[in-house]
Design a protein around this ligand. Structure first.
Ligand code: NAD
Length: 304
């Protein structure tokens, strides 16, 4: 990362381009600006973000910046944006992609950046829009260690934890492996509570047993899908997201793409993707991913 860029006026102030100012990107860019960094932003939707200087193109957002952060919907858009910004970025610029995309795209854009002499880090996040607004995201990163250390202070503005998981693509790999566990475990927890209901077993009683037994997991203890049971979670808010079922489906599909690409057996991951696909095609669209519980509770043995 270049020191003393032309418009860097204060010690530690970094000249940042931010591309993709959606539900996640806007609060992340706002937090960087609020921390005193010079942030220039681009989004084709023409979003305006407090403290962020808007520009008319990704190229303009990237030119002359020390760090360029992207927060985009998918790998195809990421590849298109990187094709524009790599030629525009000056030597020493660090490119940081915080989107959730397929591992192959993350590796491809990092290789293109490296061929142009630029360092690239994939740094997807967990923590959702609440974490983005509060600056408490967790970043899981892949890329060169020196570039990661250079941008660590910026990740610590946008989040509370940043872990370097390995070379390019390792952050995306960690993200989809984690979320595949989450999707599978939430389905298992919802199945158990739906079964308990049909067996006449009280949900609070099951929670009291499972939360301190071998079935305990985050989907029970932190994000219990039963309204009124466990700590506050989206189930207590009529299953408004939270973490939308559509986004869980996106991540489960990415895990399946990666499994196919790496020839890895993920039978439960595949089944979880199929179940979320059916859920999102019906009553699950726009709801939290834990709303699988009422959906399953309304189904019968043999429904699959
Ligand atoms: P979003 O749809 O709200 O924002 C994406 C933004 O990218 C939009 O504002 C869109 O206009 C912009 N965009 C599209 N094409 C562009 C282009 N060519 N150049 C520049 N900008 C472009 O999505 P989001 O919820 O902010 O999610 C962004 C990423 O973060 C996704 O990859 C998502 O999977 C991931 N993520 C989201 C959450 C969440 O809870 N929302 C949590 C973790 C990770």
């Amino acid at each position: 990362m270049r020191k003393a860029a032309a418009d860097q006026t204060t010690e530690g102030r970094v000249n940042i381009g931010f591309i993709g100012l959606g539900n996640m990107g806007a609060p992340m860019a706002r937090n960087l600006a609020a921390a005193g960094h010079a942030v220039t932003g681009f989004d084709p939707a023409g979003v305006s973000v407090e403290g962020v200087l808007p520009v008319a193109s990704a190229t303009e957002a990237a030119a002359g910046r020390e760090v360029v952060v992207t927060m985009l919907p998918n790998g195809a858009i990421l590849r298109a944006v990187y094709a524009e910004i790599i030629p525009a970025a000056g030597a020493g610029t660090v490119l940081v992609d915080c989107s959730t995309v397929d591992v192959d795209s993350a590796r491809a854009v990092a290789a293109e950046a490296a061929a142009a002499g630029l360092a690239a880090i994939d740094a997807p996040v967990s923590g959702g829009t609440v974490g983005a607004a509060a600056g408490t995201l967790t970043f899981m990163a892949g890329g060169p260690a020196d570039a990661f250390e250079a941008i660590r202070p910026l990740l610590e503005v946008m989040g509370s934890r940043a872990v370097l998981c390995g070379p390019a693509g390792a952050g995306q790999a960690a993200k989809i492996c984690n979320n595949m566990i989450l999707g599978i475990s939430m389905l298992g927890v919802c199945e158990a509570f739906a079964l308990a209901g049909k067996l006449g077993l009280d949900a609070q009683a099951l929670y009291d047993v499972v939360s301190t037994s071998s079935g305990a997991c985050w989907s029970v203890t932190t994000y219990c899908p039963v309204p009124g049971v466990g700590p506050k979670s989206p189930s207590d808010n009529d299953y408004r997201p939270g973490f939308a079922a559509d986004l869980m489906l996106k991540d489960l599909r990415l895990a399946q793409d990666a499994a196919a690409s790496a020839d890895a057996a993920t039978p439960l991951g595949a089944h979880a993707a199929a179940l979320y696909e059916a859920f999102v095609a019906g009553e699950g669209r726009g709801r939290d991913f834990s709303a699988v519980l009422p959906w399953l509770a309304g189904r019968r043995h043999g429904d699959g």
